[in-house]
Write a protein that binds this ligand. Structure first.
Ligand SMILES: [Zn+2]
Length: 496
């Protein structure tokens, strides 16, 4: 009875405020989102309905409009000129993709940049931490996104410190490179594939300049112990963590193993977690927590290794996979991550076990107080931009995290990893207006976040608001489908 009474009250209130709907791509002096159920990014349960008022790029008020709140505290609901009716919908902080690459080509074939940008927004992503791309171009994109000139998430640029440019050969060169990135306007740096002394100097210089360090911790000279010692902000992926917990200090590779052979590398990566010593692993995870080293596992990007058929036949490929990316995903020794010509059921079995141990390590890290973030590393290995991040959330849930915590990983925790926890990642008065309106409850079903695969399907993110700029996510998803259809009709003739 009580529930029904509240529902009627809410319905009446919503119709009282029927105002003009926002136009996609605009920022408004005063915008209201009415009757939303909120899932905040701080691990607290869903609550609502509430009205959220946004002025330009800030959240200025959040008012409970459930029966008791209306009755006891706030008889007057705040007014606004433009409104989104979120009755029956869920509002979350904008999703943050903490491990992404801005790409306008794959394998030397061009791909419209807009394809990636639109999918990001369509999937509810309002902030992207770019950890390696064409730095100059991505810095320009960052500026255009900030002014609303280009429809795109907010971008943080972490140039990649590796073989893409001549690798710094010594500490001095490492310091010079970091200073160069700072002068270019980088937000942080990403290290990968460097010797220990180069890493140490690079980290030291980055700390002096206030640049957080993301470390792609591969199976290299360095491992998680170095991240702990040198003050890495976040470990990307995972290898360096189990690698630091091997009883013999090195993995039991077959003599023929070649790290530059991608089939070898990914095959034996599937044996890495099982070779760890659980006690040592706990020591590594504990030390990471103490040193405040966060972990962005990017589980989605390895999923083909445990289930190739699933990865190759995702339902959204039909309408959302750009032919350039499709070509890049095909097994081809020239392309990174395209190692599947020789993949076996044995490999999948090892990888399934690998995931189980990995997921339990993530839970242990969380229990110890560690910060887990979420990123997708899409554009490789059968993961489409944005969709990969949503799949990552499903994998965090599979790892055993309550969906409330999963949302926290991709919002509040990611904001903390980026050093922006006082501005984004939470639905709070005074915070930047970064939020999404979702058709459905992701706590019940993360799949409601995925863009529709059939026209007319009511699912996915409906509105993505970034820094106050309002984007109709459903329309952007439709535009992506059209872009893909057009590119398919004219093969090898990019619109870029
Ligand atoms: Zn990456």
């Amino acid at each position: 009875m009580k529930t029904r009474a509240i529902a009627i009250a809410v319905f009446t209130a919503a119709s009282l405020f029927a105002q003009s709907r926002p136009e996609s791509g605009k920022r408004y002096p005063r915008l209201a989102i009415r009757n939303a159920i909120l899932i905040d990014g701080n691990g607290t349960p869903a609550a609502g309905p509430k009205d959220i008022i946004i002025e330009n790029n800030k959240i200025v008020s959040i008012v409970g409009v459930d029966g008791p709140s209306l009755e006891f505290g706030r008889p007057n609901r705040p007014k606004a000129d433009v409104e989104i009716d979120a009755t029956g919908k869920y509002v979350l902080p904008g999703l943050i993709n903490a491990h992404a690459h801005t790409q306008d080509e794959r394998g030397g074939i061009s791909q419209p940049l807009d394809y990636e940008l639109k999918i990001w927004l369509a999937c509810g992503i309002t902030t992207v931490r770019d950890v390696g791309s064409d730095t100059k171009k991505t810095l320009e994109l960052r500026a255009k996104s900030a002014t609303g000139e280009v429809a795109a998430p907010r971008i943080l640029v972490y140039p990649m410190f590796n073989a893409q440019h001549p690798v710094p050969a010594n500490a001095e060169q490492a310091r010079a490179r970091i200073r160069e990135y700072k002068a270019m306007g980088a937000d942080g740096v990403k290290l990968m594939g460097v010797y220990r002394d180069v890493m140490e100097a690079g980290e030291d210089e980055a700390h002096k300049l206030g640049l957080p360090v993301a470390h792609h911790a591969g199976v290299e000279e360095t491992n998680a112990w170095d991240d702990i010692k040198f003050g890495t902000r976040s470990i990307e992926h995972w290898y360096g963590i189990p690698d630091a917990a091997l009883p013999a200090g090195v993995q039991n590779f077959p003599p023929s193993f070649n790290y530059n052979n991608e089939t070898d590398r990914f095959r034996y990566a599937g044996h890495l977690w099982r070779e760890t010593d659980p006690k040592r692993l706990t020591e590594v995870l504990t030390a990471m927590v103490k040193a405040n080293v966060a972990w962005i596992p990017t589980m989605d990007i390895y999923e083909a290794s445990r289930d190739l058929q699933r990865a190759q036949n995702q339902v959204w490929f039909k309408e959302y996979l750009h032919p350039t990316l499709e070509e890049f995903f095909k097994p081809n020794p020239k392309n990174h991550g395209s190692y599947f010509s020789a993949w076996t059921s044995n490999d999948e079995v090892f990888w399934k076990e690998n995931y189980r141990i990995w997921m339990s390590a993530l839970r242990e890290f969380d229990r110890l107080g560690g910060t887990i973030g979420a990123g997708d590393d899409a554009g490789f290995i059968y993961q489409i931009y944005g969709f990969g991040l949503l799949r990552e959330l499903e994998l965090h849930e599979e790892a055993g995290f309550n969906p409330i915590k999963v949302i926290q990983h991709v919002t509040g925790n990611n904001a903390r990893i980026l050093g922006m926890e006082d501005k984004i990642g939470s639905l709070r008065v005074g915070y930047l207006a970064d939020l999404i309106v979702v058709n459905g409850n992701p706590l019940e079903n993360m799949k409601v976040l995925y863009p529709a695969v059939e026209p007319g399907q009511i699912t996915g993110v409906e509105w993505t608001i970034k820094d106050g700029y309002v984007y109709h996510a459903t329309t952007l998803a439709k535009e992506v489908r059209e872009m893909v259809a057009k590119a398919r009709a004219t093969p090898h003739k990019s619109t870029n």
